[in-house]
Design a binder for this molecule. Structure first.
Ligand code: COA
Length: 315
């Protein structure tokens, strides 16, 4: 595991000087106290590279051992080439494959499942799975309903073949379930893009509808991974959900029957960092000793599209 955050902390109090809001409103509605904002010239690839290097160090692996990079982001450095190949080149890797994966806030769960499937299929041996975002670059900083919610950051994991047949190892990704439904696309989107407007655009959201969906509809993917792995909520040691809003996380945990003390919460420090939020939370909870080898960890996310998904991981 590894993570990277920009140095600059933007507090709710500072935001209250920029738009008509208050620390009390933001904190009571979302749990967020502060978020990090990338510096000028600090790109998604820089955060991704730092997180990747930290993950390689933590795993005791060299960059040259990596033959797959799957980088989840909705805020790439450029329209193309992918941010993943930028990271690949900065790490000095000239073999294997690297690509970006776009599933917005569900990006990390999608990327982890994709890398796991590619390794299981024999297409790769050792992957860097990265979630990295600079959402500060696509926010409308005059819109108080969205600009208070998001932040920048990156997290990465090293995933490698454990030997034996696919699924033979007791550790790693035990089960995943991915979903999307594009009929919800106008509830959370960016109003620009290379083909439509030739601009980057700004994030737009119908917050209450997103909130309702996030709490109710994502239960199906969790039940699917529980059934696939033959476990129940009681077996879960740690629930590491996408960090969008503390109220969404609390309500989801309650609905799933997961005790509050098993929930890893980092949204207060980072805001919603989209594809980076789960690996940032995983890095924190594994480095402070909460998540231990052998623990059953449930990951769950929902984002624009809508996309949603869950993965069950034996640490
Ligand atoms: N500061 C102060 N007031 C604000 C505000 C802010 N930053 N943002 C909105 N308001 C106001 C609204 O204008 C509204 O005022 P009105 O009643 O006079 O019209 C009032 O607060 C209530 O707005 P509402 O949207 O009903 O608040 P809410 O309790 O639903 O909370 C969110 C808003 C955005 C926090 C909540 O809907 C949410 O978290 N949604 C999910 C967002 C999310 O997680 N998206 C990413 C998913 S990946």
């Amino acid at each position: 595991m590894g993570s990277a955050l920009p140095e600059r902390v933007l507090t709710n109090h500072e935001l209250a000087e920029m738009v008509d809001t208050s620390h009390e409103w933001i904190h009571s509605r979302t749990g967020i106290e502060a978020r990090r904002i990338a510096a000028e010239g600090e790109f998604t690839s820089h955060l991704a590279e730092r997180a990747a290097r930290a993950a390689l160090d933590h795993a005791g692996r060299e960059a040259r051992d990596v033959d797959l990079i799957v980088l989840a982001t909705a805020t790439p450095d450029n329209t193309f080439p992918s941010t993943a190949v930028e990271v690949q080149s900065r790490l000095g890797i000239e073999r294997g494959a690297a690509f970006d994966l776009h599933a917005v806030c569900s990006g990390f769960v999608y990327a982890l499942s994709t890398a796991d499937a590619l390794i299981a299929q024999g297409l790769a041996e050792r992957a860097l799975v990265i979630g990295a975002e600079t959402f500060s670059r696509i926010l409308d900083w005059t819109d108080r309903t969205t600009c208070v919610l998001f932040g920048d950051g990156a997290g990465a994991v090293v995933l490698e073949r454990a030997g034996g047949a696919a699924g033979a190892s007791p550790r790693g990704v035990l089960a995943s379930s991915l979903r999307s439904n594009g009929t919800h696309k106008d509830k959370l989107y960016v109003d620009g893009g290379p083909s439509s407007t030739q601009t980057v655009g700004h994030l737009r959201m119908r917050g209450q509808e997103v909130f309702r969906f996030a709490v109710s509809a994502t239960v199906d993917v969790v039940e699917t991974v529980f059934a696939k792995a033959g476990v129940t909520a009681d077996d879960v040691a740690w629930f590491v959900p996408h960090q969008a809003n503390k109220r969404i996380i609390d309500a989801s945990a309650k609905k799933l029957g997961i005790a509050p003390e098993k929930v890893v919460l980092t949204v207060q420090h980072h805001g919603n960092t989209s594809a980076a939020s789960i690996p940032l939370a995983l890095a924190e909870a594994s480095s402070d000793g909460r998540i231990k080898e052998g623990d059953l960890v449930l990951l769950e996310a929902m984002g624009g599209g809508f996309t949603w998904g869950a993965s069950l991981v034996r640490w």
